[in-house]
Design a binder for this molecule. Structure first.
Ligand SMILES: Cc1cc2nc3c(=O)[nH]c(=O)nc-3n(C[C@H](O)[C@H](O)[C@H](O)COP(=O)(O)O)c2cc1C
Length: 350
Protein backbone atom coordinates (compact mmCIF):
# COMPACT_ATOMS: atom_id res chain seq x y z
CA UNK A 1 0.00 0.00 0.00
CA UNK A 2 2.44 2.70 1.16
CA UNK A 3 5.25 1.74 -1.24
CA UNK A 4 3.06 2.79 -4.17
CA UNK A 5 2.59 6.34 -2.84
CA UNK A 6 3.94 9.00 -5.19
CA UNK A 7 5.16 10.94 -2.14
CA UNK A 8 6.21 8.76 0.84
CA UNK A 9 4.49 11.05 3.33
CA UNK A 10 1.54 10.23 5.58
CA UNK A 11 -0.50 12.90 7.39
CA UNK A 12 -0.90 11.30 10.82
CA UNK A 13 -4.29 10.78 12.40
CA UNK A 14 -4.81 13.58 14.93
CA UNK A 15 -7.86 13.09 17.11
CA UNK A 16 -9.64 15.93 18.87
CA UNK A 17 -10.08 18.19 15.84
CA UNK A 18 -6.90 18.61 13.75
CA UNK A 19 -7.60 15.73 11.28
CA UNK A 20 -10.41 16.70 8.91
CA UNK A 21 -11.74 15.17 5.69
CA UNK A 22 -10.46 18.29 3.90
CA UNK A 23 -6.91 17.69 5.20
CA UNK A 24 -7.00 14.01 4.24
CA UNK A 25 -8.32 14.83 0.75
CA UNK A 26 -5.74 17.59 0.21
CA UNK A 27 -2.72 15.44 1.08
CA UNK A 28 -4.17 12.66 -1.10
CA UNK A 29 -4.43 15.07 -4.04
CA UNK A 30 -0.78 16.02 -3.51
CA UNK A 31 0.28 12.34 -3.89
CA UNK A 32 0.70 11.62 -0.17
CA UNK A 33 -1.63 9.71 2.18
CA UNK A 34 -3.94 10.93 4.93
CA UNK A 35 -5.63 9.39 7.95
CA UNK A 36 -8.90 10.34 9.56
CA UNK A 37 -8.75 10.13 13.35
CA UNK A 38 -11.53 7.88 14.61
CA UNK A 39 -10.64 8.41 18.28
CA UNK A 40 -13.28 10.31 20.35
CA UNK A 41 -15.72 10.40 17.39
CA UNK A 42 -19.04 8.57 17.36
CA UNK A 43 -19.47 5.96 14.64
CA UNK A 44 -22.04 8.27 13.00
CA UNK A 45 -19.68 11.24 12.73
CA UNK A 46 -16.84 9.01 11.56
CA UNK A 47 -19.17 7.66 8.84
CA UNK A 48 -19.89 11.24 7.73
CA UNK A 49 -16.19 12.05 7.59
CA UNK A 50 -15.49 8.95 5.47
CA UNK A 51 -18.26 9.96 3.05
CA UNK A 52 -16.81 13.48 2.81
CA UNK A 53 -13.28 12.24 2.09
CA UNK A 54 -14.66 10.03 -0.69
CA UNK A 55 -16.59 12.97 -2.14
CA UNK A 56 -13.50 15.21 -2.12
CA UNK A 57 -10.84 12.84 -3.42
CA UNK A 58 -10.28 9.50 -5.17
CA UNK A 59 -7.03 8.86 -3.32
CA UNK A 60 -6.63 6.02 -0.84
CA UNK A 61 -6.91 7.04 2.80
CA UNK A 62 -6.91 5.52 6.25
CA UNK A 63 -8.79 5.64 9.54
CA UNK A 64 -7.19 5.29 12.95
CA UNK A 65 -8.85 3.79 16.03
CA UNK A 66 -7.88 3.73 19.70
CA UNK A 67 -7.83 0.18 21.08
CA UNK A 68 -9.65 0.18 24.45
CA UNK A 69 -7.40 -0.52 27.42
CA UNK A 70 -7.93 -2.12 30.79
CA UNK A 71 -10.15 -0.15 33.18
CA UNK A 72 -7.92 1.35 35.90
CA UNK A 73 -9.26 1.00 39.46
CA UNK A 74 -6.90 3.59 40.93
CA UNK A 75 -8.43 6.10 43.38
CA UNK A 76 -9.05 9.31 41.42
CA UNK A 77 -10.49 11.44 44.22
CA UNK A 78 -7.39 13.64 44.81
CA UNK A 79 -7.05 14.35 41.09
CA UNK A 80 -10.79 15.02 40.77
CA UNK A 81 -10.36 17.64 43.50
CA UNK A 82 -7.45 19.29 41.64
CA UNK A 83 -9.34 19.44 38.38
CA UNK A 84 -12.37 20.79 40.27
CA UNK A 85 -10.29 23.83 41.26
CA UNK A 86 -9.25 24.31 37.63
CA UNK A 87 -12.87 24.03 36.51
CA UNK A 88 -13.96 26.77 38.92
CA UNK A 89 -11.11 28.96 37.71
CA UNK A 90 -12.43 28.66 34.13
CA UNK A 91 -16.10 29.04 35.11
CA UNK A 92 -17.07 25.48 34.29
CA UNK A 93 -17.50 22.07 35.95
CA UNK A 94 -15.15 19.12 35.76
CA UNK A 95 -16.29 16.22 33.59
CA UNK A 96 -17.37 12.81 34.86
CA UNK A 97 -14.25 10.60 35.10
CA UNK A 98 -15.81 7.51 33.60
CA UNK A 99 -14.21 4.73 31.60
CA UNK A 100 -15.58 3.72 28.22
CA UNK A 101 -14.35 1.91 25.14
CA UNK A 102 -14.73 4.91 22.80
CA UNK A 103 -17.47 3.09 20.84
CA UNK A 104 -14.80 0.77 19.47
CA UNK A 105 -16.98 -2.11 18.21
CA UNK A 106 -19.44 0.15 16.39
CA UNK A 107 -16.56 1.99 14.70
CA UNK A 108 -14.86 -1.25 13.72
CA UNK A 109 -18.13 -2.55 12.20
CA UNK A 110 -18.40 0.70 10.25
CA UNK A 111 -14.85 0.40 8.89
CA UNK A 112 -15.46 -3.17 7.75
CA UNK A 113 -18.69 -2.12 6.05
CA UNK A 114 -17.13 0.99 4.48
CA UNK A 115 -14.16 -1.03 3.15
CA UNK A 116 -11.70 1.67 4.15
CA UNK A 117 -8.35 1.09 2.37
CA UNK A 118 -6.18 1.31 5.53
CA UNK A 119 -7.08 0.99 9.21
CA UNK A 120 -4.47 1.71 11.87
CA UNK A 121 -4.64 0.94 15.57
CA UNK A 122 -3.14 2.88 18.44
CA UNK A 123 -2.81 2.02 22.17
CA UNK A 124 -2.67 -1.73 21.61
CA UNK A 125 -3.46 -4.68 19.42
CA UNK A 126 -6.82 -5.40 17.82
CA UNK A 127 -8.13 -8.97 18.20
CA UNK A 128 -7.09 -11.55 15.60
CA UNK A 129 -10.71 -11.86 14.48
CA UNK A 130 -10.98 -8.10 13.90
CA UNK A 131 -7.82 -8.24 11.79
CA UNK A 132 -9.38 -11.13 9.82
CA UNK A 133 -12.61 -9.17 9.24
CA UNK A 134 -10.65 -6.21 7.88
CA UNK A 135 -8.50 -8.45 5.69
CA UNK A 136 -11.60 -10.12 4.25
CA UNK A 137 -12.75 -6.77 2.82
CA UNK A 138 -9.28 -5.95 1.48
CA UNK A 139 -8.22 -3.47 4.17
CA UNK A 140 -4.54 -3.00 5.00
CA UNK A 141 -4.05 -3.20 8.79
CA UNK A 142 -1.40 -1.12 10.56
CA UNK A 143 -0.47 -1.09 14.25
CA UNK A 144 1.50 1.70 15.93
CA UNK A 145 4.36 0.50 18.13
CA UNK A 146 6.83 2.22 20.42
CA UNK A 147 9.30 -0.61 21.11
CA UNK A 148 10.74 -3.76 19.51
CA UNK A 149 8.72 -5.90 21.95
CA UNK A 150 5.46 -4.32 20.71
CA UNK A 151 6.68 -4.75 17.12
CA UNK A 152 7.19 -8.46 17.75
CA UNK A 153 3.68 -8.87 19.19
CA UNK A 154 2.04 -6.94 16.34
CA UNK A 155 3.95 -8.86 13.75
CA UNK A 156 2.88 -12.22 15.29
CA UNK A 157 -0.73 -11.08 15.00
CA UNK A 158 -0.46 -10.99 11.21
CA UNK A 159 -0.94 -7.28 10.48
CA UNK A 160 0.39 -5.72 7.28
CA UNK A 161 2.60 -2.84 8.44
CA UNK A 162 3.77 -1.14 11.61
CA UNK A 163 4.05 2.53 12.42
CA UNK A 164 7.11 2.99 14.65
CA UNK A 165 6.57 5.99 16.90
CA UNK A 166 9.68 7.59 18.40
CA UNK A 167 9.59 9.53 21.65
CA UNK A 168 9.91 12.81 19.70
CA UNK A 169 6.30 12.42 18.56
CA UNK A 170 3.49 14.81 19.40
CA UNK A 171 0.29 13.54 20.95
CA UNK A 172 -0.26 10.31 22.81
CA UNK A 173 2.44 7.68 23.01
CA UNK A 174 1.03 4.49 21.55
CA UNK A 175 2.33 2.22 24.35
CA UNK A 176 0.22 -0.98 24.45
CA UNK A 177 0.15 -0.91 28.25
CA UNK A 178 0.64 2.30 30.18
CA UNK A 179 3.06 1.39 32.99
CA UNK A 180 1.86 3.53 35.96
CA UNK A 181 5.33 3.41 37.55
CA UNK A 182 6.96 5.02 34.52
CA UNK A 183 6.15 8.70 33.80
CA UNK A 184 6.55 7.94 30.08
CA UNK A 185 4.35 4.84 30.27
CA UNK A 186 7.07 2.58 28.88
CA UNK A 187 10.57 2.58 27.41
CA UNK A 188 11.57 5.61 25.33
CA UNK A 189 13.16 4.96 21.95
CA UNK A 190 14.24 7.74 19.63
CA UNK A 191 12.86 7.24 16.14
CA UNK A 192 16.03 6.02 14.41
CA UNK A 193 16.86 3.63 17.26
CA UNK A 194 13.26 2.40 17.31
CA UNK A 195 13.24 1.83 13.55
CA UNK A 196 16.49 -0.08 13.66
CA UNK A 197 15.46 -2.25 16.62
CA UNK A 198 12.01 -2.97 15.18
CA UNK A 199 13.47 -3.91 11.81
CA UNK A 200 15.59 -6.50 13.65
CA UNK A 201 12.45 -8.31 14.91
CA UNK A 202 10.10 -8.04 11.92
CA UNK A 203 10.13 -8.01 8.12
CA UNK A 204 6.92 -5.97 7.97
CA UNK A 205 7.02 -2.57 6.23
CA UNK A 206 7.71 0.14 8.79
CA UNK A 207 6.27 3.66 8.75
CA UNK A 208 8.35 6.16 10.75
CA UNK A 209 6.76 8.77 13.06
CA UNK A 210 8.08 11.32 15.51
CA UNK A 211 9.63 14.75 15.08
CA UNK A 212 9.75 14.62 11.26
CA UNK A 213 9.04 18.09 9.96
CA UNK A 214 11.19 18.75 6.88
CA UNK A 215 11.78 16.89 3.63
CA UNK A 216 15.31 15.97 4.71
CA UNK A 217 13.74 14.08 7.64
CA UNK A 218 11.49 12.17 5.24
CA UNK A 219 14.53 11.29 3.12
CA UNK A 220 16.43 10.27 6.26
CA UNK A 221 13.86 7.75 7.51
CA UNK A 222 13.23 6.30 4.04
CA UNK A 223 17.02 5.91 3.71
CA UNK A 224 16.97 4.18 7.09
CA UNK A 225 14.52 1.63 5.68
CA UNK A 226 11.06 3.08 6.39
CA UNK A 227 8.43 2.74 3.66
CA UNK A 228 7.02 6.20 4.47
CA UNK A 229 7.23 9.03 7.00
CA UNK A 230 4.18 9.83 9.13
CA UNK A 231 3.99 13.49 10.17
CA UNK A 232 1.49 14.99 12.58
CA UNK A 233 2.80 18.30 13.87
CA UNK A 234 3.95 19.33 10.37
CA UNK A 235 0.24 19.48 9.38
CA UNK A 236 -1.18 21.02 12.58
CA UNK A 237 -1.09 24.53 11.11
CA UNK A 238 -2.25 23.53 7.62
CA UNK A 239 -5.21 25.59 6.37
CA UNK A 240 -7.37 22.44 6.18
CA UNK A 241 -6.54 21.22 9.71
CA UNK A 242 -9.18 21.70 12.40
CA UNK A 243 -6.62 22.69 15.02
CA UNK A 244 -8.02 24.85 17.82
CA UNK A 245 -7.17 28.55 17.17
CA UNK A 246 -5.65 28.99 20.65
CA UNK A 247 -3.37 26.01 20.00
CA UNK A 248 -2.43 27.45 16.60
CA UNK A 249 -1.39 30.70 18.29
CA UNK A 250 0.72 28.85 20.84
CA UNK A 251 2.43 26.90 18.05
CA UNK A 252 3.22 30.09 16.15
CA UNK A 253 4.44 31.88 19.27
CA UNK A 254 6.94 29.06 20.01
CA UNK A 255 9.23 29.53 22.99
CA UNK A 256 7.86 26.59 25.00
CA UNK A 257 9.59 23.24 25.39
CA UNK A 258 7.53 20.06 24.94
CA UNK A 259 7.10 17.36 27.57
CA UNK A 260 5.33 14.05 28.06
CA UNK A 261 2.47 14.16 30.55
CA UNK A 262 -0.56 12.24 31.79
CA UNK A 263 -2.12 15.39 33.25
CA UNK A 264 -4.79 15.88 30.58
CA UNK A 265 -5.88 12.39 29.62
CA UNK A 266 -4.38 9.82 32.00
CA UNK A 267 -2.11 8.45 29.24
CA UNK A 268 1.36 9.79 28.40
CA UNK A 269 1.30 12.31 25.57
CA UNK A 270 3.69 15.00 24.32
CA UNK A 271 2.63 18.61 24.20
CA UNK A 272 3.81 22.17 24.77
CA UNK A 273 4.54 22.89 28.41
CA UNK A 274 1.90 25.12 30.02
CA UNK A 275 0.71 25.85 33.55
CA UNK A 276 -1.70 22.88 33.78
CA UNK A 277 1.02 20.48 32.64
CA UNK A 278 3.55 21.93 35.11
CA UNK A 279 1.19 21.92 38.10
CA UNK A 280 -0.54 18.57 37.63
CA UNK A 281 1.77 16.15 35.79
CA UNK A 282 3.35 14.79 38.99
CA UNK A 283 -0.08 14.04 40.44
CA UNK A 284 -1.85 12.54 37.43
CA UNK A 285 -2.69 8.83 37.74
CA UNK A 286 -2.51 6.41 34.82
CA UNK A 287 -6.26 6.32 34.20
CA UNK A 288 -7.26 6.75 30.58
CA UNK A 289 -9.85 7.75 29.44
CA UNK A 290 -11.17 8.79 32.87
CA UNK A 291 -8.81 11.79 33.06
CA UNK A 292 -9.56 12.67 29.45
CA UNK A 293 -13.26 12.98 30.38
CA UNK A 294 -12.54 14.70 33.69
CA UNK A 295 -10.44 17.49 32.16
CA UNK A 296 -12.42 17.94 28.93
CA UNK A 297 -14.58 20.91 30.06
CA UNK A 298 -11.50 22.67 31.49
CA UNK A 299 -9.55 22.21 28.26
CA UNK A 300 -12.50 23.44 26.23
CA UNK A 301 -13.07 26.50 28.44
CA UNK A 302 -9.37 27.37 28.37
CA UNK A 303 -9.32 27.17 24.56
CA UNK A 304 -12.50 29.23 24.21
CA UNK A 305 -11.05 31.92 26.48
CA UNK A 306 -7.98 32.13 24.25
CA UNK A 307 -5.88 30.97 27.20
CA UNK A 308 -3.35 28.24 26.28
CA UNK A 309 -2.45 27.47 29.91
CA UNK A 310 -5.02 24.73 30.62
CA UNK A 311 -5.46 23.02 27.27
CA UNK A 312 -3.63 20.03 25.87
CA UNK A 313 -1.28 21.58 23.31
CA UNK A 314 -0.21 18.30 21.69
CA UNK A 315 2.81 18.72 19.41
CA UNK A 316 6.10 17.01 18.64
CA UNK A 317 9.56 18.19 19.61
CA UNK A 318 10.19 20.02 16.31
CA UNK A 319 6.96 22.03 16.29
CA UNK A 320 8.69 25.41 15.91
CA UNK A 321 9.79 24.36 12.41
CA UNK A 322 6.29 23.53 11.14
CA UNK A 323 4.64 25.97 8.74
CA UNK A 324 1.09 26.95 7.90
CA UNK A 325 -0.52 27.20 4.46
CA UNK A 326 -2.37 24.78 2.19
CA UNK A 327 -1.63 21.10 2.91
CA UNK A 328 -0.81 20.48 -0.76
CA UNK A 329 1.93 23.10 -0.52
CA UNK A 330 3.30 21.46 2.65
CA UNK A 331 3.48 18.09 0.85
CA UNK A 332 5.05 19.65 -2.26
CA UNK A 333 7.69 21.31 -0.12
CA UNK A 334 8.47 18.08 1.75
CA UNK A 335 8.93 16.35 -1.62
CA UNK A 336 11.23 19.07 -3.01
CA UNK A 337 13.28 19.22 0.19
CA UNK A 338 13.61 15.43 0.36
CA UNK A 339 14.92 15.25 -3.19
CA UNK A 340 17.35 18.09 -2.59
CA UNK A 341 18.61 16.47 0.64
CA UNK A 342 19.17 13.18 -1.18
CA UNK A 343 21.03 14.90 -4.00
CA UNK A 344 23.33 16.52 -1.46
CA UNK A 345 23.88 13.42 0.66
CA UNK A 346 24.44 11.12 -2.30
CA UNK A 347 27.53 13.20 -3.13
CA UNK A 348 28.93 12.21 0.27
CA UNK A 349 28.53 8.51 -0.56
CA UNK A 350 29.55 8.60 -4.21
C1 LIG B 1 -2.49 16.81 17.90
C2 LIG B 1 -2.10 15.36 17.70
C3 LIG B 1 -3.08 14.39 17.78
C4 LIG B 1 -2.73 13.04 17.56
N1 LIG B 1 -3.73 12.10 17.56
C5 LIG B 1 -3.42 10.81 17.21
C6 LIG B 1 -4.45 9.85 16.99
O1 LIG B 1 -5.64 10.13 17.10
N2 LIG B 1 -4.08 8.59 16.66
C7 LIG B 1 -2.76 8.24 16.47
O2 LIG B 1 -2.48 7.10 16.14
N3 LIG B 1 -1.78 9.13 16.66
C8 LIG B 1 -2.08 10.41 17.00
N4 LIG B 1 -1.07 11.33 17.12
C9 LIG B 1 0.34 10.89 16.94
C10 LIG B 1 0.71 10.80 15.46
O3 LIG B 1 0.15 9.64 14.89
C11 LIG B 1 2.23 10.70 15.26
O4 LIG B 1 2.76 9.63 16.00
C12 LIG B 1 2.93 11.99 15.66
O5 LIG B 1 2.21 13.11 15.24
C13 LIG B 1 4.31 12.01 15.06
O6 LIG B 1 5.09 13.02 15.64
P1 LIG B 1 5.10 14.55 15.11
O7 LIG B 1 3.85 15.14 15.65
O8 LIG B 1 6.33 15.11 15.70
O9 LIG B 1 5.09 14.50 13.61
C14 LIG B 1 -1.38 12.68 17.32
C15 LIG B 1 -0.42 13.68 17.26
C16 LIG B 1 -0.76 15.01 17.43
C17 LIG B 1 0.32 16.06 17.32
Amino acid sequence: MFDSLRVPVIAAPMAGGPSTPELVAAVGRAGAFGYLAGGYLTAASLAEQITTVRRLSDAAFGVNLFVPGIRSTVDLSAYVERVGHEARRYGTEAGEPRWDDDGYSAKLDLLVEARVPVVSFTFGLPSGSDVDRLHEVGTTVVVTVTSPEEARQASELGVDALCVQGFEAGGHRSVFTDDPDDPSGGPLYGLLAGLRLCSAVTDLPLVAAGGLVRGADVAAVVTAGAVAAQLGTAFLRADEAGTNPTQREALVAGGRPTAVTRAFSGRPARGLVNRFLREHSDHAPAAYPQLHRLTKPVRAASGQAGDPEAMSLWAGQTYTLADGGPAERIVDRLWDEAREALRRSSRRFA
